[in-house]
Design a protein around this ligand. Structure first.
Ligand code: HGY
Ligand code: MN
Ligand code: MN
Length: 419
């Protein structure tokens, strides 16, 4: 018999956790949610979840770089993993990340209240958004060993002050030199389920309650550095200019064209643009633009990235500009585990909750966990598909239904687990 929960109570508890974290002490911005690794606002947010887990009798710790872990059985015992992240995009909304940690927390409460005694580990990964150091999924990539010593030591610098990741981590009391020990954060997992807002609008437009995520889009993140020649905007003839920003403009439009041409729902975005000197009366001498290209077909989005690198070189050469393409990171598309997907689907059917299989266009820490444990995700609708914006909104009643489905899926998985 499926476990039937008090959905209103779960809705209210999840809403309380998520909305508490919109209070001023949990964000450095007055207009959006903005918190990221090793900042006071992030520390307070992690401490909030740590306190809620300790209230449930969980042992709570942080690994060598700051992934937050809570567990209700002794370390070394097999567990089911739940969680997400509680850092935010710099222009973030309340639900992206904290919804998943709050649902995980609610499943822990429900497991205790219903006497299910599920062995559970909650993980809130560090720096999922990359808002502090420019690298998404940083905490889960470190835990999954999908980074190198050199990248960690030399390649990661704080967006705010340019200082190395390892310096910030040490100042925050962590042991970045022991980053390999973070693999223990993903040890002993018999399964992993992350709940997240959809960040698109498929569920809303269809009127479906939950998304059962069967694959997560992979991505390439890179930067293109263009070095032209600054000059007087009035006295420099058009012929012979080495205008870095005009070169960037060609590249940005080419990224759009290449993504559309690639098909298979491939996307490409140039979201960051630094212009030097950035003055009205000076021909731009130097530009850095970011590239984010993603999709569920790796050949398609990687094709966009390499075609854009060649185009940038060619457009720059035509304009007497030097182009340098530097990849930040690349993560492959990640299929989810069939057994976990089936358990989620059966649980949703048993509870009479509408659902549909879907892919995630957004990246998630689950991509890194999936290499270490059978993993899947559950999506809840977010209003009009708005995310990575302060207007982001979601209905905690849907999150409560997700908690009920996840709880029952874990009960199913345990019942069918090899003894
Ligand atoms: O951008 C992403 O896919 C995630 O929200 N960090
Ligand atoms: Mn997220
Ligand atoms: Mn996000």
């Amino acid at each position: 018999m499926p476990v039937v929960i008090d959905r209103a109570r779960s809705r209210d508890r999840i809403a309380h956790d998520v909305l508490t974290l919109t209070e001023p002490q949990y964000t450095s911005s007055s207009t959006a949610i903005c918190r990221y690794a090793y900042t006071p606002e992030y520390r307070r947010t992690a401490d909030y979840f740590a306190a809620r887990l300790r209230e449930l009798g969980f042992e709570v710790w942080e690994d060598a770089v700051g992934n937050l872990v809570g567990q209700n059985v002794p370390r070394g015992e097999r567990v089911y993993g739940l969680g997400s992240h509680c850092d935010s995009n710099r222009n973030g909304g309340p639900w992206d990340g904290p919804l998943g940690v709050a649902v995980a927390l609610e499943v822990c409460r429900l497991s205790g209240e219903h006497g299910l005694d599920l062995p559970l580990r909650v993980i809130s990964f560090l720096e999922e958004e990359g808002s502090g150091f420019g690298q998404m999924l940083l905490g889960s990539r470190i835990a999954a060993g999908r980074i190198t010593d050199e990248e960690l030591r030399d390649g990661l610098r704080a967006i705010d002050d340019g200082r190395p990741f390892v310096e910030h981590a040490r100042e925050a009391g962590y042991r970045p030199q022991e980053w390999r020990s973070c693999s223990e954060t993903l040890d002993d997992l018999d399964g992993w389920i992350e709940t997240h807002i959809e960040q698109g609008r498929v569920l809303q437009d269809e009127g479906t309650t939950l998304g059962i995520v069967e694959a997560i889009a992979g991505y390439v993140h890179a930067d293109v550095h263009l070095d032209g020649r600054a000059g007087h905007a009035g006295a420099t003839p058009m012929i012979g200019r080495a205008d870095a920003l005009a070169t960037a403009a060609e590249i940005i439009l080419e990224a759009e064209r290449l993504a559309v041409q690639a098909g298979h729902a491939t996307v490409a975005t140039v979201g960051e643009l630094d212009v030097e000197p950035g003055l009205i009366n000076v021909v731009p001498g130097a530009v850095r633009l970011s590239l984010d290209t993603r999709g569920v077909r790796e050949d398609a989005f990687r094709g966009v990235a390499s075609a854009l690198e060649s185009f940038a070189q060619e457009a720059a050469r035509r304009r007497g500009v030097a182009a340098r393409y530097v990849q930040r990171t690349a993560v492959a598309p990640t299929p989810m585990d069939a057994g976990i997907l089936a358990a989620l689907q059966e649980s949703a059917d048993a509870a009479g909750i509408t659902h549909r299989r879907m892919a995630s266009g957004a990246a998630h820490d689950t991509m890194c966990v999936a290499g270490r444990a059978p993993s899947a995700m559950v999506f809840v609708p977010c209003r009009d598909g708005i995310s990575h914006a302060p207007e982001e909104d979601s209905d905690p009643a849907d999150a409560a239904l997700a908690a009920e489905v996840v709880l029952n899926a874990l009960v199913r998985l345990r019942a069918t687990a090899p003894s």
